[in-house]
Design a binder for this molecule. Structure first.
Ligand code: FAD
Length: 410
C-alpha cells in the first residue's frame, strides 16, 4: 500500500507517522523547503501543542461535531503521550484566567517539536520530498496520479490532503489544497481569517495605541452579546489585538461578511460591579481631594489610558478631584466598564493564525475519507473546523492526522 501525503505540516507529519507505523509505504510531498514550517511560529515560538482541559464544544464550522467525535479517539492525553514517546516531554502553563491547561514542550521550543516529528518520519522510513509543490491530482481507475509544479509525476494507492488552510501563507499554506479538492468535485465553505486582530476606525485606537492591559471583552453583533472572553488586550493604531480579541475574531469576521454591525465592548475592571466601582471612585475622590483628576485612576488602569478615559467621561485632566461631580464620576465608572469600539474589518490571512471555512463535513466520512472519491483522505485545517487559541488547532491537526493516517493505511 503506497500512501502519498500532500502537505508536510502538523497534520501531514502525524498522518505519515501513523500510516508508516501501521506498515504502509509513505511519501510526503511538501511544497516548501522544510516540513512543518508553520509549527515554528506557533505559541510565539513555544508551540502550544494541546490543552488538557480541551472543551470540544468550542470548535466551530460544519466539521466541529466530527472533530469533537474524533478527538475522543485521539484526545490531548494521547498527544502528550505521543510527544513524550518521540522525545518531547511537555509541561502546562497558565492561560489568561490562570488555569494551567495550555500544554507546551518542556523546552518551550517549537523547533524541537518540528524536528522530533521530522526525525520520527525518517525513523519510520517515510520518503520526504520537500520543494515538491503539487499542482494536480487525478484518479485513473484505482490509482492516483500526482503531478508537481516541476511536472514530476507520482503514483499512489491512497492520498491524504493535508495542505492546511490559508493562514500565514508564507509558511506554505496558501489555499492551493482547496483547488486540488475541487478537482474531485469538492465544494468549499468560503475561507475567512480567524484568530486575528480586528480593525476599528474609532479615534480611540490612535489615542490608546501601544497600551497592553487586561480586560473582559464582549463581542456584540447587531446589539446582542455573542461571545465573551478575558485577557490581555493590545491596543494598536489600527484596532485591537491580543488573545481575547483573537478568540472572538472568527465570529466577528463571519458577522461582518453577513453585513451585521459588530462592536467590541471592553470592561477594564471586570471584577468590580458598576455600583461598587462608582463607590470606589467616590472614596478615591475624597481621599485624593486637591490632587489632579488623573490620580483617581491611579493603580486601576495603565497610566497612559488615563487622559483618554477622563476625556470620555467629560472630566478635565488637571482639575482637582474634589471638583469632579457625581454625574461625571458615574460616567467615568460607566466608561471603565463599557469602552466600545465599532469593528469595521479584520486583519487578513497574512496576520491571522487559522482559517475558518474549508472542505465541508457533509463531503467527508467520519474516517476522514472523501465522499466524492474513494481513497482520498483529509487532515487538518483544510477541513471546515477551527478552534480557539490554547492548543485547539494543533490538537485537531494531531487527531485528524492520526485518524487519516490510520484509516488510509487500513
Ligand atoms: C502564528 C501562528 C501561531 C499559531 N499558534 C498555535 C498554537 O500555539 N497552538 C495551536 O494549537 N495552533 C496554533 N496555530 C494554528 C496551527 O499552527 C495550525 O492550525 C496547524 O499548523 C494546521 O496544521 P495543518 O497540517 O492542517 O496545516 P499547515 O501546518 O499549514 O501545513 C500545511 C502544509 O502543506 C503544504 N502545502 C500547501 N499546499 C501544498 C501543495 N499544493 N503541495 C505541497 N505542499 C503543500 C504547506 O507548505 C504546509 O507545510 C498557529 C498558527 C499561526 C499562523
Amino acid at each position: 500500500m503506497k500512501i502519498t501525503i500532500i502537505g508536510g505540516g502538523a497534520s501531514g507529519m502525524m498522518a505519515a507517522i501513523t500510516a508508516a507505523a501501521a506498515g504502509a509505504h509513505v511519501e510526503i510531498l511538501e511544497g516548501g523547503p522544510l516540513l512543518g514550517k508553520k509549527i515554528l511560529s506557533t505559541g510565539n515560538g513555544r508551540c502550544n501543542l494541546t490543552n488538557i482541559a480541551l472543551d470540544t464544544s468550542l470548535y466551530q464550522g460544519s466539521a466541529a461535531k466530527m472533530a469533537a467525535a474524533l478527538i475522543k479517539e485521539f484526545p490531548p492525553r494521547d498527544t502528550i503521550a505521543f510527544f513524550e514517546k518521540i522525545g518531547i516531554p511537555t509541561v502546562t502553563a497558565a492561560s489568561a484566567r490562570g488555569n494551567d491547561s495550555w500544554v507546551y514542550p518542556a523546552c518551550k521550543e517549537a523547533s524541537a517539536v518540528r524536528k522530533a516529528l521530522e526525525l520520527e518520519c525518517e525513523r519510520l522510513g517515510v520518503a520526504i520530498l520537500t520543494e515538491h509543490r503539487v499542482e494536480t491530482i487525478r484518479k485513473i481507475e484505482k490509482e492516483f496520479l500526482i503531478t508537481t509544479r516541476e511536472g514530476i509525476q507520482y503514483q499512489a494507492d491512497r492520498v491524504i490532503l493535508s495542505t492546511g488552510g490559508k493562514a500565514l501563507p508564507k509558511s506554505g499554506s496558501d489555499g492551493s489544497g482547496y483547488e486540488l479538492a475541487a478537482s474531485f468535485g469538492h465544494s468549499l465553505v468560503p475561507p475567512l481569517p480567524a484568530l486575528g486582530a480586528l480593525i476599528s476606525d474609532s479615534s480611540l485606537c490612535s489615542a490608546l495605541a501601544g497600551i497592553r492591559a487586561d480586560a473582559a471583552v464582549s463581542l456584540i453583533v447587531n446589539r446582542s452579546v455573542t461571545a465573551e472572553e478575558y485577557g490581555e488586550i493590545q491596543y494598536t493604531d489600527y484596532g485591537l489585538s491580543g488573545i481575547p480579541v483573537f478568540q472572538v475574531s472568527s465570529r466577528a469576521v463571519r458577522a461582518l461578511t453577513e453585513g451585521k454591525q459588530v462592536m467590541l465592548r471592553l470592561d477594564l475592571i471586570p471584577d468590580v460591579k458598576m455600583n461598587d466601582l462608582f463607590l470606589k471612585l467616590s472614596e478615591r475622590k475624597i481621599r485624593r481631594g486637591l490632587h489632579e483628576s488623573g490620580t483617581l485612576l491611579l493603580g486601576l488602569v495603565p497610566d497612559k489610558m488615563v487622559p483618554t478615559l477622563l476625556k470620555l467621561a467629560g472630566i478635565r485632566l488637571h482639575i482637582p478631584c474634589s471638583e469632579i461631580n457625581r454625574d461625571a464620576l458615574m460616567k467615568l465608572a460607566y466608561t471603565l466598564k463599557n469602552l466600545e469600539f465599532e469593528i469595521n474589518d479584520a486583519k487578513d490571512f497574512d496576520a491571522c493564525q487559522v482559517t475558518s471555512g474549508g472542505i465541508p463535513a457533509s463531503e467527508v466520512s467520519l474516517n476522514l475519507e472523501s465522499l466524492k472519491v474513494r481513497g482520498l483522505y483529509f487532515a487538518g485545517e483544510i477541513l471546515d473546523v477551527d478552534g480557539p487559541c490554547g492548543g485547539y488547532n494543533l490538537q485537531w491537526a494531531w487527531t485528524s492526522g492520526y485518524k487519516a493516517g490510520s484509516e488510509a493505511a487500513r
